[in-house]
Design a binder for this molecule. Sequence first.
Ligand SMILES: [Zn+2]
Length: 259
Amino acid sequence: MKCIDRILLIVCLISPLYGYSCSKVKRDILFQTSTINALLEGIYDGDVTFGELRKYGDFGLGTLNGLDGELVVLDGKFYQVRSDGIVNPVDSSMKTPFAVVTFHEADKTVMANKSLNLEQLEGYLDSILPSQNIFYAIRIDGTFRYIKVRSVPRQERPYPRLVDVVKNQPTFEFYDMKGTIVAFWLPEYINGINIPGYHFHFLTEDKQSGGHILSVITGDIRIQIDYTSEIHMVLPGSKEFSSVDLTKEKQKELESVEK
Ligand SMILES: [Zn+2]
């Protein structure tokens, strides 16, 4: 038995005495609800509550049921960036149709003080990721000389497809703003399940604004990367999800939705 296992066992044995529960939730694992292709097809209602989701991570992104804005999870707090730009704390009873979370524990930290646009930032991150075959949760704190984000407006049934929703997406621009990028990089083979490559969300330092990043120019930033080699998916139990066709290739649609 490794030393860490022995410590964990001792913590588990004594924790009931102090009122802690010793759950088996692994911290170095991506937890995901539904699939990106289901979201593209307009499956905007899921059955996982944020109360449940917070057991699986303190860092992440996604959206809310009804496609009611962009989700940013940072330092264990869940934020909804609505389509009018207002940021609300997310209630534990609310649910998500698509979200990815993990417990962010940095394996690598680097500082950068160059002005990087989105393409250059991606290129720089590419150069410091050790493999193209595992998952990365990427936290970037600092100053952003420019940042353009979008949110998505809440939808009513019958739900339109995501590619049609984003034709009218509200966007917001900020200059010289302090905040945090919450991002993931996932391998090419994740195609259909999640977004291959980078997916960036943003939250301002004052937690008053944010969204899904469309454009950026960085200032002084600190990049913290969490290497992750496991994934846990939970699929919706709804009739809509059961009957939707998820076999189609949607790379082009995904690009128009993300960019
Ligand atoms: Zn997004």
